[in-house]
Design a protein around this ligand. Structure first.
Ligand code: UD1
Ligand code: MG
Length: 450
């Protein structure tokens, strides 16, 4: 956003006891991605050159997440949880490398937007030494109150340390704070823990900086951007806000959502223009749907690519590695896994297609199954262009069906079928004239006796 260098410090060492979970709090997901992943991404998008993540001891999953996705980020372990200032100090190694702006964020505030961070960074660029993002709270309970006099931010008072009058203040600390980088270590150095919780409060930096005649400002942002998660009720609230944002974004981009509140997105769902999504559709991570495709009701997609004009569902399940070609059709109660369905092909009813290629314009009859797994290994099925697989066929992989070949209904195919051949692999039908009538007669007779 500007040419000032920026270090983001994300605090994520909290125990998250109220989540009642074996997993660190910041690893719980919103929109299919850990909360910390959202904050890392937002910090990057807001122009952070480096990111320091403060974690608790033994939070290996958090460290792995940080390492995996973000090369400019580094973890620091806060050995004991002694407050937000103490947590920032744990990242001293990062603070010692000069940065114009240091922005403190929380790992449990997943809805934070780049705009929120930019608001704070703009204040720093305009000359503030310390800038705090505040919000108007409907219910301020539990938040630090921003005490403003004559337009100047004098102090942040934590709930437990506030007097009655201060508690009535509804202008609250979001937790997002910006510091002139060179200043922060010396502020941290003098923050004490003489307060109700006996913790080192980062928020005390405001009063200390003010007393030194430095410029301290409060900015305002939307409350919804700084929703914090302490328990699973708040996690669900964040999810609801996140979903509402994704739906709105999709619709404004040109996607029709027939019943938006019933469609669930992942953070990375990509839908093209004129895509129609019917009610009760769930997008897991890694889905792209191209222009003009239709996703009918009650379908579940994950790790899948749907090309333009394709027709999915209703009740379709696309699993990771499903690639559906232009204008192809995947119908009801069809599961596709790690398989390519080429343009114009149809898999319309009750099928499982896994580890396979379905050639262009091939037609897969109802109930066809690719038998891809022998209990140990997976094998590939290749179905040629324009092939026709009769209903209720089992294709036992590894196997191929040639171009334009025909597989008779009810076949169990274990050998490759050449191009344009007919494969017929089922028991011979026997006809016993009149046998049904004679069986019936015998049965009727024994019943009347009984
Ligand atoms: C904090 C702010 C408060 C603000 C509120 C917004 C302080 C003193 N108070 O209060 O003004 O209104 O957030 O939600 O900063 N953390 C660590 N190590 C620690 C302590 C905390 O990493 O030793 C992390 C937590 O994991 C969390 C964040 O810092 O992500 C905030 O800590 P929390 O205990 O939730 O602070 P609050 O009491 O909510
Ligand atoms: Mg909190």
């Amino acid at each position: 956003m500007n040419d000032r260098s920026c270090l983001a410090v994300i605090l994520a060492a909290g125990l998250g006891t109220r989540m009642k979970s074996a997993m660190p709090k910041v690893m719980h997901s919103v929109g299919g991605r850990p909360m910390l992943g959202h904050v890392l991404d937002t910090a990057t998008r807001a122009g952070s050159d480096r990111i320091a993540v403060v974690v608790g001891p033994g939070m290996k999953s958090v460290e792995d997440l940080v390492k995996a996705g973000h090369s400019a980020s580094q973890c620091f372990v806060q050995q004991e949880r002694a407050g937000t200032a103490h947590a920032v100090l744990a990242a001293l190694g990062a603070l010692e490398i000069p940065a114009d702006d240091v922005i403190v964020l929380y790992g449990d505030t997943p809805l934070v937007t780049p705009e929120a961070i930019e608001t704070v960074r703009r204040a720093l660029a305009e000359g503030a030494d310390v800038a705090v993002l505040g919000f108007e709270a409907g219910d301020p309970t539990g938040y630090g109150r921003l005490l403003v006099e004559d337009g100047r931010l004098m102090a942040i008072r934590e709930e437990k340390d506030a007097d009655e009058q201060e508690r009535r203040v509804t202008f609250c600390n979001s937790g997002i704070m910006g510091f002139r980088g060179a200043l922060l270590p010396e502020l941290l150095d003098v923050i004490g823990n003489d307060n109700a919780k006996g913790e080192f409060y980062l928020t005390d930096a405001v009063e200390i900086a003010g007393a030194r005649g430095l410029s301290v400002v409060a900015k305002t942002g939307p409350a919804v951007d700084v929703l914090g998660v302490n328990d699973r009720v708040q996690l669900a609230e964040c999810e609801a806000v996140f979903q509402a944002r994704m739906r709105r974004k999709a619709m404004l981009f040109g996607v029709t959502l027939v019943a938006p509140e019933t469609v669930f997105f992942s953070h990375d769902t990509k839908l093209g223009a004129d895509v129609v999504v019917e009610p009760n559709v769930v997008f897991g991570p890694g889905v792209t749907v191209s222009d003009g495709a239709i996703i009918h009701a009650f379908s579940h997609l994950e790790g899948a690519f749907v090309d333009a004009g394709a027709n999915i569902g209703s009740y379709a399940r696309l699993r990771p590695g499903a690639e559906i070609g232009e204008g192809a059709k995947v119908g009801n109660f069809v599961e596709i896994k790690k398989a390519t369905v080429e343009p114009g092909a149809k898999v319309n009813h009750l099928s499982y297609i896994g580890d396979a290629r379905v050639g262009a314009k091939a037609n897969i009859g109802a109930g066809t199954i690719t038998c891809n797994y022998d209990g140990y290994d997976k094998f590939f099925t290749d179905i040629g262009e324009g092939a026709f697989i009769g209903s209720n066929s089992a294709l036992v992989a590894p196997v191929s069906v040639g171009k334009g070949a025909l597989v008779a209904a009810g076949s169990v195919i274990v050998k490759d079928v050449p191009d344009d051949a007919l494969a017929l692999a089922r028991g011979q039908q026997a006809i016993k004239e009149g046998r049904a009538a004679s069986i019936r007669a015998i049965k009727e007779k024994t019943r009347s006796k009984g």
